[in-house]
Write a protein that binds this ligand. Structure first.
Ligand code: AP5
Length: 216
């Protein structure tokens, strides 16, 4: 059974690849960023507590993220496998996940910082279905509108330059050490995330294994 984790800096293309790979493998794509943004949009208590951290580009406190993820993992649709995108983000989260469920493989997206900055500046997202677009590399068919939902596309508040700088710093300080954590467990696979989405998808499927290649 696939229990995949995507690790990587903001803008590396995790969400873009996760949606397609999870669909092809018939597993659930769990993005803690999307779950938190939904909570913010619905103005739940948890969403209101998370909002300020997210806008500033800081990690949301572990207790809030774990609660929202655990609720989602309890849903039966995750029992056939899942792809975790955006969790874990620090050692405490990784240790907690390890106690809860084994994960393998952990895919580390590797990409130079200047590419990330360009991708985030041009990113637009659908607030309804979470589809991700890019004004340069993957524009919507109708300007400003989601191809699937027709909803008005958003520029995420944490894609402002100051928040992006904070997110990159937080990634280096808190999340990058997980490369050693999973490297020591033998589950880490490094992915060259440069190039077009199709090129990255082909490399990703080769890393994940035969079922992913057949599904592509
Ligand atoms: P989250 O939503 O997880 O954001 P992130 O990890 O910073 O990642 P991004 O969504 O920015 O980038 P991505 O790698 O998914 O790239 P994408 O595919 O969109 O988290 C947001 C916030 O929530 C955090 O800052 C934190 O506050 C909070 N949070 C979430 N999880 C948490 C946790 N576990 N603990 C605590 N806090 C948590 O691609 C980016 C752009 O590039 C798009 O426009 C896309 O179209 C384009 N693109 C993608 N691939 C390519 C390609 N190959 N070539 C050209 N363009 C491409």
């Amino acid at each position: 059974m696939y229990r995949i984790v995507f690790l990587g800096p903001p803008g590396a293309g995790k969400g873009t690849q996760a949606a397609a790979l999870a669909r092809d493998l018939g597993i659930v794509h769990l993005s803690t960023g999307d779950l938190l943004r939904e909570a913010v949009a619905h103005q739940t208590q948890l969403g209101m507590e998370a909002d300020g951290f997210m806008r500033a580009g800081q990690l949301v406190p572990d207790a809030l993220v774990v609660r929202i993820l655990q609720e989602r993992l309890d849903h039966p649709d995750t029992h056939g496998g899942f792809l975790l995108d955006g969790f874990p983000r620090n050692r405490a989260q990784a240790e907690l996940l390890e106690r809860f469920v084994p994960v393998d493989p952990v895919i580390a997206f590797e990409i130079p910082e200047e590419v990330l900055l360009a991708r985030l500046t041009d990113r637009r997202s659908c607030p309804v279905c979470h589809s991700v677009y890019n004004l340069a590399s993957n524009p919507p068919k109708v300007a400003g509108r989601c191809d699937r939902e027709g909803a008005e596309l958003e520029h995420r508040p944490d894609d402002r330059p100051d928040a992006v700088r904070t997110r990159l710093r937080v990634y280096q300080e808190k999340t990058a050490p997980l490369l050693d954590f999973y490297g020591a467990r033998g589950t880490l696979k490094r992915l060259d995330a440069r190039g077009s989405p199709a090129e990255v998808a082909a490399r990703l499927r080769a890393l994940v294994g035969p079922d992913a290649r057949r599904a592509a």
